[in-house]
Design a protein around this ligand. Structure first.
Ligand SMILES: [Zn+2]
Length: 344
């Protein structure tokens, strides 16, 4: 080989080496670095997406049309959880099936107590805790009402728990996660209270009063009701209204927006209505002039429709979690609009 050819070969090799080195050293794109998050429900996925932004890739296990209490822990769900960096659930035994999914996933990082597991209800106060902790009677709410995400104040703590989980598995994004969490919390405050009231009292005080269920008495005492904005102003017509629901699903929403769930069609959470209980519901609705039965879309409407016919009421159905294309805000607002139209 001539000297020139040898030199040429060296150049080619050098070039190849440079190319392969640069491909090794080049920082991977964001898409490749994304944290894999698996959640049980779309409402959690939306919160994860809000806090994690483009640093996360989120998969939801339950379809929005499914009853979150009863999802089949199929092998496909286990497979989806196998590579997860973070697994997010509500907890409070809402998704009993989630543990079965995790048991079959073979992913030690998301086992209970590991950094990749988020119980988003941690530290969130609940209501309706049964005196005897048992599912034996068929009660599917053994740790109190688990439908906490239907309260825009309780959701704040859920988002904070999710942020802590994201921080644990992706410490380099701690600062960005915090910024995004704060933006979400600000958006929640504005949506709920409106800017004028936030300016007058500050969101910290407003949220404290709301958590203590003292917000409305306080605003009335200080004559600040006229400063209310956001959802609390928009859905003022709901206050004091009575409705019936199928399951103990909407109690946190009711407490937040001041309407009352007089009775549920289910005798106990998870127990279908007996004839005797159904008669009691009919009597209560007649006595109190209740015109609305609210139920989740996945329940059989038969009993509700029969009761509604008997008392001249309306059955309205709503999704329990955001549907495709809905964020938390659109989701919650759509339920409140439905209710407002029905009770007005
Ligand atoms: Zn339930």
């Amino acid at each position: 080989m001539s000297r020139i050819a040898l030199n040429h070969l060296a150049l080619v090799w050098g070039g190849l080496l440079a190319v392969s080195l640069s491909s090794l050293l080049v920082t991977p794109s964001r898409a490749e670095e994304k944290i894999e998050v698996v959640t049980t429900l779309t409402v959690l996925s939306d919160l994860v997406q809000s806090v994690g932004g483009d640093s996360v890739h989120v998969v939801t296990l339950a379809d929005p049309s499914q009853d979150p209490h009863f999802v089949q822990p199929r092998p496909t769900l286990m497979k989806r959880s196998r590579e997860a960096d973070l697994f997010v659930e509500v907890g409070l035994q809402l998704e009993l099936w989630a543990q079965k999914v995790i048991d079959g996933a073979g992913n030690p990082g998301i086992l209970l107590g590991q950094s990749g597991r988020v119980i988003s209800s941690k530290g969130v106060p609940t209501v309706q805790k049964p005196e005897v902790l048992s599912r034996a009677a068929g009660d599917i709410h053994p740790y109190g009402n688990p439908h906490i995400w239907l309260d825009p104040v309780r959701v704040r703590k859920m988002a904070e728990n999710i942020k802590d989980g994201l921080d644990r598995v992706n410490p380099k994004e701690v600062k960005r996660n915090e910024e995004k969490l704060n933006a979400l919390l600000d958006k929640l405050d504005t949506a709920l209270y409106g800017e004028k009231l936030i300016k007058a009292l500050g969101s910290r005080k407003l949220n404290r009063l709301a958590r203590q269920e003292k917000l409305f008495p306080y605003l009335e005492r200080k004559e600040l009701i006229q400063d209310l904005g956001g959802w609390l102003a928009l859905f003022l017509p709901l206050r004091g209204k009575k409705i019936v629901t199928y399951h103990k699903t909407w109690d946190y929403l009711a407490a937040r927006f001041g309407f009352e769930i007089a009775l549920t069609l289910e005798e106990k959470p998870g127990i279908p209505p007996s004839a005797r209980h159904r008669d009691r519901v009919i009597q209560t609705m007649k006595d109190s002039g209740i015109k609305t039965i609210l139920m989740a879309t996945y329940y059989d409407r038969k009993v509700a429709d029969a009761v509604a016919r008997e008392v001249g009421a309306e059955v309205i159905t709503a999704s329990l979690v955001p549907l495709e294309g809905q964020d938390y805000f659109m989701f919650l607002e759509s339920i409140l609009h439905l209710l407002k139209e029905s009770v007005e």
